[in-house]
Design a protein around this ligand. Structure first.
Ligand SMILES: C[S@@+](CC[C@H](N)C(=O)[O-])C[C@H]1O[C@@H](n2cnc3c(N)ncnc32)[C@H](O)[C@@H]1O
Length: 220
């Protein structure tokens, strides 16, 4: 038969030129595997989850004043609690982290509140307070400390960083009542003279009674 031997040759050429569709067995190998989609979904979901969890911990570092999450040591908490003895009235921890100061204060009988920017830490704090049986007297809010007014608190605890202390000092001086007490952990306020200092090294806490610094000369 004329041309019988040339057909396979033609097919070969056409295939090389890409003019012929793949055979069904070739087509099935081109089909996307459902495992590929699943894997893409898992990897994508994991990346989104890591991003969502990590972002609130990283963003404080990008702010003008970087106040990272560094939890108080147990000695530091002990020193704070010691400086709260004989005190009464509501307490606030400014930047409450995982809630350990608020929970310790609530265990001492204070109605204690924490303001914290990181929602994960706030949810975790609420869970810890519930676990420790003090959820009735320990409350936590997702808030920026610079947008909260602290006038209602008689006891204020702050574990800050040196860069924020001058600005916070001014804010508290304007807002707090005369009978309030401020306890600074690890870093003191720049102008106020402490009424008490306890602990040493990283566990040092400075205590300032508002009545004392209001009675003193105004700073320049
Ligand atoms: C040094 S940690 C202290 C945590 C806790 N007070 C303690 O003693 O364990 C400071 C906390 O302040 C939070 N923070 C940073 N900037 C803040 C802001 N603008 N408003 C509220 N909280 C903030 C951080 O997320 C961090 O948890």
């Amino acid at each position: 038969m004329e041309g019988g031997g040339t057909l396979p040759e033609t097919l070969k050429e056409e295939r090389q030129l890409g003019h012929i569709l793949p055979t069904s067995s070739e087509a099935s190998s081109v089909k996307r595997s459902p495992w590929g989609f699943l894997l893409t979904g898992i990897v994508g979901g994991a990346l989104v989850a890591v991003y969502a969890v990590a972002t609130p911990f990283i963003t404080p570092a990008l702010r003008k004043i970087c106040l990272p999450f560094v939890p108080a040591t147990s000695k530091q908490i002990e020193n704070v609690v010691k400086m709260l003895r004989c005190r009464r009235g509501p307490l606030v921890d400014i930047g409450s982290g995982d809630g350990r100061i608020v929970i310790a204060a609530a265990k001492e009988g204070f109605s204690a509140v924490g303001y914290e920017l990181n929602p994960w830490l706030v949810w975790y704090s609420r869970y810890c307070a519930w676990q420790e049986g003090v959820h009735g007297s320990a409350r936590f809010y997702i808030s920026d400390l610079w947008k909260v007014t602290f006038s209602q608190y008689s006891n204020v605890v702050i574990f800050g960083v040196p860069q924020m202390m001058p600005q916070l000092e001014k804010k508290l001086e304007l807002e707090l009542e005369d009978d309030a007490r401020v306890i600074a952990c690890r870093f003191p306020f720049p102008h106020w003279i402490p009424d008490h200092v306890t602990g040493e090294g990283i566990d040092t806490v400075w205590v300032y009674d508002v009545s004392t610094f209001r009675g003193r000369e105004k700073r320049p």
